[in-house]
Design a protein around this ligand. Sequence first.
Ligand code: ATP
Ligand code: MG
Ligand code: MG
Length: 554
Amino acid sequence: EEKKSLNFIEQIIEEDLQNGYKKEELKFRFPPEPNGYLHIGHASSINLNFGLGLRYNAPVNLRFDDTNPIKEEQEFVDAIKRDVEWLGFKWEKECYASDYFQQLYDWAVEMIKNGDAYVDSQASAKIAEQKGTPTQAGVASPYRERSIEENLSLFEAMKNGETEEGKHVLRAKIDMASGNMLMRDPIMYRTLHKPHHRTHNDWKIYPMYDWAHGESDFIESISHSFCTLEFLPHRELYNWFVNKVSQPQEFQPKQREFARRNLSHTVVSKRKLAQLVEKKVVESWDDPRMPTISGLRRRGYTANSIRKFADSIGVGKRENVIDMSHLEFCAREDLNKTAIRVMGVLNPLKVIITNYEEGKEEWLDAENNPEDETAGSREIPLSREIYIEQEDFKEEANRKFFRLTLGKEVRLKNAYIIKGESVVKDDDGNIVEVHCTYDPKSKSGSGTEESKRKVKGTLHWVSIPHAVKAEVRLYDRLFTVESPDADKEKDFLEFVNPNSLETITGYVEPSLKNATALQHFQFQRIGYFCADQSTSVEKPVFNRTVTLRDSWSK
Ligand code: ATP
Ligand code: MG
Ligand code: MG
């Protein structure tokens, strides 16, 4: 493996190791909220945390941050586990913030007893108003000095569901004049009489993120809790809460921040992706147009290409937008090494090889992958009538047209050299057939003089009687602009590309009848394709992962 200089996250850990941390103390976590499917932004965080685990031989927990029952579901938990596993990472423990609800509650009671928390009974708008502004101190709630006894009994009533939803909250008693607005008596608990996907009806109060997150890290002895930059101002509160529940000598987790990674021509936010699903802009979370891990998988991205992508963009301190073409580049690079080369014609034009015996068929040898000697070969059928791409023929063409034209020769991949002789047109003047002759001595790989003859172009083709009809889904970018959610005045849905999916019927070589779900192919001269999960012998379906070349940069 190539030697790279340490990124700033690795530098933090190296410094900690030099300053007394033991290697055995290193422990990380990846903490998704199960309110949607993982997307390509999460891949960066997964790659960072699990990558550190591998680098330092340290455990990494998969922690579900499931503190908001309104948006969280078991379906999302299952999808997240599937995706992390598929990316090739192994977690030490599967953890849930909801497993800590009792411990968090007990700690909150302790805090009330120590005068560090109180029940506020004002409306949330009032509480927000009293927060003040960064340059002006907030106003203390009239309930801030409630007696410990009253706080305890109210908090218990909240927990038991005996108080009206939204009537009270529990707040940490910190500093209403703090320069950090998050320290102005943040809310720790809200009442919510909603069932939770794991704890069902056990709880009527739910902890807020800031209260639950650091404590979860502390419970699991996480050494470094990496989160995205917007949490930088939360760090002070994170430490304040951990200090409240730990002993002075105890090992405390530390939060450090890195920049979010965004991808062009899409949105990376579960909330926005959920809207695309709800509004039926796409079919599902794993629609191949989605930037979700599951969508990319169905589109034909390999786990390897996604990890390579995350590695190559690395971690940074400034938020940026990575161009989609870079992700596509990573897919091509990986698929080039692994995908079997096959032939399929998407816009068919009939070619009759007039000097090829009627009724004859022959099976020709085709190499599966020139990049991989172990991939072997297979046989493909040739007959008198074949399809080529419409764009591979022109009746009249200039010298730069290296495909089929009248009077010139091209090679049929893995087969013979043919020469254009004449065309048949319909009443409207459209070419419906091209008649060619072939040179029987020019068979690829036969070693004859004729087979070595230089011709300018090589075309892909399929034998018509053997061709298999397939549904082919051609995907384009989901949004027409680079950053659909950059303009806060506009709804990102306004920028949806109405032509992000084109479904056509293609004709593919017969071996593709037996393609299995998610198998990768290179349709030669066209692009990389992946058999959809719905593919079958009766109805093969292929999704275009990416075209062969980057048609966007031209
Ligand atoms: P979303 O807005 O999509 O829900 P989130 O940050 O709220 O994103 P979480 O489920 O809380 O989603 O994220 C789990 C982890 O992944 C967090 O540590 C988060 O910071 C990180 N993460 C999420 N999106 C990105 C991104 N675009 N780039 C890098 N890390 C990300
Ligand atoms: Mg979050
Ligand atoms: Mg979120």
